[in-house]
Design a protein around this ligand. Structure first.
Ligand code: GAR
Length: 205
């Protein structure tokens, strides 16, 4: 069974979706640990309820970002995880971290990358007047939301959409495509070639 770690900072709905997929046997993995950089993140309660090991790592206890990241690297190596899933983890990870787990860290982002990297992206999508937005599962690289794209789902932007209504519609798709992408990673159904992810034959979401 492939061991994964999930890094979180907040509400944890993507974590919950991953847990449901594992419980429904749609995802052939086990979560070795859920790590949060926010002490009272709801995601930690969700993991706890499902009997998953949790850990809060306080960023304020480390002199630099690199020290914080090295501590997390040590924890993940001790747990021998094969894949690290960022699910609403709101810190930028260092080059050291990314290189340590090259092509083994994936992230879900609530826009159709490369459009709208960074924060508050549903508002940015609405303000820009795009007719479609969506979500992206991608490998983490050294940039901010610039890593090779594994899969995407398109969500229409409707007249009268608010940040909340658009976010909610996008989130539904996030919950669907993230588990599918994780399972595909486990089954090695795609490979990363430079900036591109090549699917071996087919269906990406
Ligand atoms: C999700 O919408 C996720 O895509 C986003 O944070 C939210 C976390 O929600 N992540 C990013 O913006 C990362 N750049 P959740 O805690 O309920 O899964």
């Amino acid at each position: 069974m492939v061991k994964i770690a999930v890094l979180v900072s907040g509400r944890g709905s993507n974590l919950q979706a991953i847990i449901y997929s594992i419980e429904a046997k749609k995802l052939n993995a086990s979560i070795a640990i859920v790590i949060s950089d926010v002490q009272n993140a709801l995601a930690l309660n969700i993991a706890g309820k499902h009997g998953i090991k949790t850990l809060f790592v306080d960023p304020n206890k480390f002199k630099t970002r690199d020290h914080f990241d090295k501590n997390i690297i040590e924890i993940l190596e001790n747990d021998q995880v094969s894949l690290i899933c960022l699910a609403g983890f709101m810190r930028i990870l260092s080059k050291t971290f990314v290189q340590q787990f090259k092509n083994r860290i994936i992230n879900i982002h609530p826009s159709l990358l490369p459009s709208f990297p960074g924060l508050n992206v549903q508002k940015k999508a609405l303000d820009s007047g795009v007719k479609f937005s969506g979500c992206t599962v991608h490998f983490l690289d050294e940039g901010v939301d610039t890593g090779p794209i594994i899969s995407q789902a398109v969500v229409p932007v409707l007249d009268g959409d608010t940040v909340e209504s658009l976010s909610e519609r996008i989130l539904k798709e996030e919950h669907r495509i993230y588990s599918v992408a994780i399972q595909a990673f486990i089954e090695q159904r795609f490979v990363c070639e430079g900036k591109k992810v090549i699917w071996k034959n087919e269906k990406k979401s």
